[in-house]
Write a protein that binds this ligand. Structure first.
Ligand SMILES: *Cc1c(COP(=O)(O)O)cnc(C)c1O
Length: 390
């Protein structure tokens, strides 16, 4: 008998049975009342999830589609944006901005480090022609979170829009759009939201909507003004990804019936503490020293160990699917995700999978890494409301 498969990758993540079954319902038409009532319910949940009074627009695309939509609708060709670059997804912001004909100023840090609010402020002071800051909340390629709460305090003082890619943080760690002063917040369905890939979600602040009014949008498919007109009628501009929206409604129902966002964030924070403690107890080093993510733990691979071998051995031996690093970190780190539908049992399996796939036990390996991890889970403090992990 094969082991039970556990998907501990930073997207896609496991789909709860309830969500899978909900999506198995017969197809309904996206312009008819039954669908509209599902959308209406979903919209209410989404506003709570994003912490906003604004509409959250569902788009039929993977997360990168929402990134593209934000850039093409908020910035006119030739405008200048500041891109926070400390990993693969920061790089992607730069590529999207360049493809839209924007001028890109990069603020770069080595992979594994966070871009600080002071870095952003310095760049904005130096160049008042910058119109936007494009950043990740969690840089999934390194497992680091940029301090968005503090960065938003800075961007609000300048004539810029703060565009935050929350693909690996929405539903995992807090970033309420209205309260923090974020101008665009987006995510995808296959990470914290426990739904298959193919649906992205995007919300804009009032300030961002005003800007979108002025920008002559260049992309026929991602037309946010047209999406807004539709969403208030519980519709989407083109054919709706009906099954994914049905799945999302079920996932959001699960989130909000289990308690509230507080308990969701607390769980992911505790899972991050747990995973870090377990990794340290087996003599390994978490790659992110500070500002570590709540949705995944990146682990530095000891010298002489191949990350891809470790990951494939773990899959074969234990059924736990772990992510390797992305280029250029391919053989530097592995990534153990704890986002979406996971609990302490999955993380114990994940820790066991790593420990049992190491070719030799590292120095400092502690046989009781599992109980040390559980202890960290039990004693995790209240999560920091600013989502800044020291
Ligand atoms: C996964 C991820 C993406 C890419 O999302 P797709 O759905 O693959 O387009 C972008 N940014 C971050 C932070 C991610 O974690």
């Amino acid at each position: 008998m094969q082991n039970h498969l556990r998907l501990l990758t930073p997207g896609p993540t496991a789909i709860p049975d309830r969500v899978r079954l909900a999506m198995a319902m017969p197809m309904i038409h996206h312009r008819k009342p039954e669908f509209k009532s599902i959308m209406e319910e979903t919209r209410v949940y989404l506003k709570k999830l994003f912490g906003t009074e604004q509409e959250v627009l569902p788009l039929a695309s993977s997360g990168t589609g929402a990134m593209t939509a934000a850039v093409t609708n908020l910035f006119a060709r030739g405008e200048k944006v500041l891109v926070a670059q400390a990993g693969k997804f920061g790089e992607r912001w730069g590529q999207i901005a360049l493809s839209q004909g924007l001028e890109v100023v990069e603020i770069a840090k080595p992979w594994g480090q966070a871009i600080q609010a002071d870095d952003i402020e310095e760049a904005l002071k130096k160049d008042p022609t910058i119109k936007g800051v494009l950043i990740q909340i969690c840089e999934t390629s390194t497992g680091v979170m940029h301090p968005i709460y503090e960065i938003a305090k800075v961007t609000q003082k300048y004539n810029v829009l703060l565009v935050a890619d929350g693909i690996s943080s929405v539903g995992i760690s807090p970033a309420p759009l209205d309260e923090w002063g974020i101008d665009a917040l987006l995510t995808g369905s296959q990470k914290g939201l426990m739904v298959p890939a193919g649906l992205s979600l995007l919300a804009l602040s009032e300030k961002a909507w005003k800007k979108a009014e002025q920008v002559e949008h260049s992309c026929f498919y991602f037309n946010l003004k047209a999406e807004l007109k539709n969403v208030v009628k519980n519709q989407t501009n083109f054919s709706s990804p009906v099954s994914l929206i049905v799945g999302l409604r079920e996932a959001l129902t699960m989130i909000f019936e289990d308690g509230d966002l507080d308990s969701l964030y607390q769980k992911h924070y505790a899972l991050a503490q747990m995973t870090r403690a377990g990794i340290k107890a087996m003599g390994l080093e978490p790659f992110a020293k500070t500002n570590y993510a709540w949705g995944l733990t990146s682990v530095a691979i000891p010298q002489g160990v191949s990350g891809s071998d470790l990951v494939s051995l773990a899959a074969k031996k234990t059924g736990v699917i772990i992510a390797a690093g992305q280029e250029p970190m391919k053989d530097e780190i592995i990534r153990l995700a704890h986002m979406g539908y996971v609990d302490f049992g999955d993380m114990l399996a994940g820790l066991y999978a790593v420990a049992s796939s190491l070719p030799t036990k590292p120095q400092g390996f502690n046989e009781s890494f599992m109980s040390i991890a559980m202890q960290a889970y039990e004693t995790a403090q209240n999560y920091p409301k600013t989502a800044i992990t020291q």
